[in-house]
Design a binder for this molecule. Structure first.
Ligand code: FER
Length: 306
């Protein structure tokens, strides 16, 4: 299933004519006009906006012949946030066994997606299978929830409506209070922060920055890929840079140099740099698309839980 419809929503032709916005624009303004303007910003690269990693090698997201394919299960849980039963896709590593414990990566989708986006569009399950079989990544469970915590959590026609965006804000407590306990009750997982990671693409990248930095008691490993302009001010999320540094095992930030949203991630990188908080900043040559998300998932997951 291909869930990226943003290209239709924000055609390239209209990107060129929208004036760039200043860094002070309120992220709360979620109109389609504002979204278009955000996507259409001129990309301005600084000297340190460079690649840390090459693109993932050919075949990294291709299933191997003669090898049992990745195991992905549809999981459901009760949400006190939406009042509904909600779904998530759960990737189980090769040879998953309840006899041992696994770390867990919670992996969040973008504004147009749902709990299938990372599988259907990016093939996260194949990427992890190949990495784990090659011992390049630690065996881990990957939970791909629906990050739009609304009673009707299907991608709406109006992607940038305040209601849809608010659903991504409400997911914070669905994740922490409902999903994580339900996952840990069903699967054989470690339950401490050092065995829990949070990452996401675009809206999911912004959610990761917001929820992850605010809840370092839950997550020690964070990854934001092509983050959307839904992140809170960093002075609010990081009141004490030394305390954040001490608790973060990894803060991985990436964006394509053809992505009009890059200025948001550049701001995050510059804040981290200014405050001397160790992090990875990988600027590749892609746009706001699956090529950058697959490649960065490939690199990010190799660093996890080590
Ligand atoms: C915006 C531009 C892009 C925005 C969100 C996005 C909330 C999200 C994009 C994605 O998830 O792919 O102005 O505002």
């Amino acid at each position: 299933m291909h869930l990226r419809s943003l290209a239709v929503l924000v055609p390239a032709a209209c990107l060129a004519v929208v004036p760039a916005l200043s860094a002070q624009d309120k992220p709360a303004d979620t109109s389609p006009e504002r979204a278009r303007a955000n996507f259409g910003r001129a990309v301005q690269l600084a000297d340190d906006d460079v690649r840390m990693f090459p693109d993932a090698p050919a075949g990294f997201d291709v299933p191997r012949e003669g090898v049992a394919p990745a195991r992905v299960e549809l999981f459901s849980y009760d949400s006190t946030v939406t009042g509904k039963r909600r779904e998530a896709n759960v990737y189980l590593p090769p040879d998953y066994s309840p006899e041992r414990k696994y770390p867990v990566l919670y992996l969040l989708h973008g504004i147009a997606g749902n709990h299938y986006e990372w599988i259907g569009y990016v093939h996260a399950d194949r990427i992890l299978d190949n990495l784990i079989r090659d011992s390049k990544a630690v065996p881990m469970i990957v939970v791909m929830p629906n990050g739009r915590a609304l009673p009707d959590d299907r991608p709406p026609a109006q992607l940038f409506s305040p209601e849809n965006v608010a659903g991504f804000v409400k997911f914070e407590h669905d994740l922490l209070d409902c999903l994580i306990p339900a996952i840990e009750a069903k699967y054989s997982t470690y339950t401490d922060r050092e065995h829990r990671a949070l990452a996401g693409l675009s809206m999911g990248g912004g959610q990761t920055i917001n929820f992850g930095l605010a809840h370092l008691d839950h997550f020690a490993w964070l990854g934001g890929f092509s983050a959307a302009p839904n992140a809170k001010p960093l002075t609010e999320l990081i009141p004490d840079p030394a305390a954040t540094t001490k608790r973060l095992k990894l803060f991985y930030l990436s964006c394509g140099n053809k992505d009009g949203l890059i200025n948001g991630s550049q701001g995050v990188h510059r804040f981290f740099k200014e405050k001397n908080i160790p992090h990875i900043w990988n600027v590749d040559d892609h746009g706001h698309d699956g090529a950058t998300w697959g490649s960065n998932l490939y690199h990010f997951t190799q660093l996890l839980f080590r």
